[in-house]
Write a protein that binds this ligand. Structure first.
Ligand SMILES: Nc1ncnc2c1ncn2[C@@H]1O[C@H](COP(=O)(O)OP(=O)(O)OP(=O)(O)O)[C@@H](O)[C@H]1O
Length: 307
């Protein structure tokens, strides 16, 4: 495996300018509502993607992520709200608009009897300006399987093929719905590199994932969805507001566990060494941690803290 490079996390400006222009809005959603019977699966959701950014949509099972994504893709009708994707309303947009999108859905379509190469090449033919199928196959790590029938692939290899099929059209906007489910760690890293390369060549990417490390690695911004609406947005580093990443110092003194959040953990550690350290100079169980994106996320979806 080639070493993974640290991503250059450019932070795009908020959406402005005409749709599709650099920094302009690729996606704009306001007050989106989708009902299934009495259930409001999407309940007043707002979301923006600037052209050229990766936004990860996070949220618990059933939060409304896939429903939202399918509405943006034009595969599902909405009940209310304003939606613009690459400047058009998905409910009315035509084939030329669809050719500008790439979709890697949760349920892959089956082309079991084709080979990998046939499958990618035949999909490429639907697009006016496709990428080179062989390059795409190599970029998802399937070059060695180009001649293999789809039905003979493992689950993770099929998922990589799904990704290849989603990007071969050279999309301006790529939807990745839990794309690395079933990937082994090496394949996941390779895929992350591919996604960052796509972003660096101007592709806008909407990613849904339950993998917080994936969101932290890839996303310029994350949006947390709960009960059908976005409850927090921010960069992976700033999600949850300024206090969310305050370091946590934990220690044990006289058999009692203590925990304190502080912006000056070194000073607190020095104080503890001076006051509660044993004869060996050690503070029992002393630990300083900075809350991870996962910790912040769990706080948002568990406690309902708005940010
Ligand atoms: N076709 C449908 N008919 C009825 N209810 C549906 C339908 N599709 C989704 N729902 C319901 O809408 C809610 C949102 O589902 P959705 O699939 O959008 O969630 P999600 O955030 O993508 O979840 P997951 O993380 O599990 O993929 C859930 O309560 C789900 O049961």
């Amino acid at each position: 495996m080639t070493p993974t490079t640290t991503p250059t996390t450019s932070r795009p400006a908020p959406p402005s300018g005409p749709p599709g222009s650099p920094g302009g809005p690729a996606v704009r959603v306001r007050g989106l509502v989708k009902r299934y019977g009495a259930k409001r699966a999407v309940d007043g959701l707002d979301l923006d993607l600037a052209t050229g950014e990766i936004v990860a949509v996070l949220g618990p099972n059933g939060a409304g992520k896939t429903t939202t994504v399918e509405i943006l893709e034009g595969f599902r009708a909405r009940d209310a709200g304003e939606v613009r994707v690459l400047g058009e309303d998905p409910a009315r947009a035509g084939r030329a608009w669809r050719a500008r999108l790439g979709v890697v859905a949760q349920d892959s379509h089956d082309q079991a009897e084709l080979t990998v190469a046939e499958s990618v090449r035949s999909t490429a033919r639907y697009y006016p300006a496709p990428r080179d199928p062989d390059e795409v196959i190599a970029s998802v790590g399937l070059a060695g399987k180009a001649g293999a029938r789809v039905r003979s692939l493992s689950g993770g290899q099929r998922r990589r093929l799904d990704v290849a099929l989603g990007v071969v059209g050279g999309p301006e906007l790529l939807f990745l719905d839990e794309p690395t489910t079933g990937f082994d760690p090496q394949a996941r890293r390779t895929f992350w590199d591919l996604v960052l390369r796509l972003r660096d060549t101007g592709t806008t990417i909407l990613l849904t994932t339950h993998d917080l490390a994936e969101a932290a690695h890839l996303a310029d911004r994350v949006a947390v969805v709960r009960d059908g609406r976005v409850v927090a947005t921010g960069t992976p580093e700033t999600l949850g507001g300024p206090g969310a990443r305050t370091p946590l110092v934990t220690w044990t003194a006289d058999g009692v566990q203590h925990a304190e959040r502080t912006d000056t953990p070194t000073a607190l550690a020095a104080h503890l060494m001076a006051t509660v350290a044993g004869a060996d100079g050690e503070v029992v169980d002393l630990c300083i941690t900075r809350p991870s994106l996962e910790d912040v996320y769990l706080g948002l979806v568990t406690n309902g803290a708005d940010a």
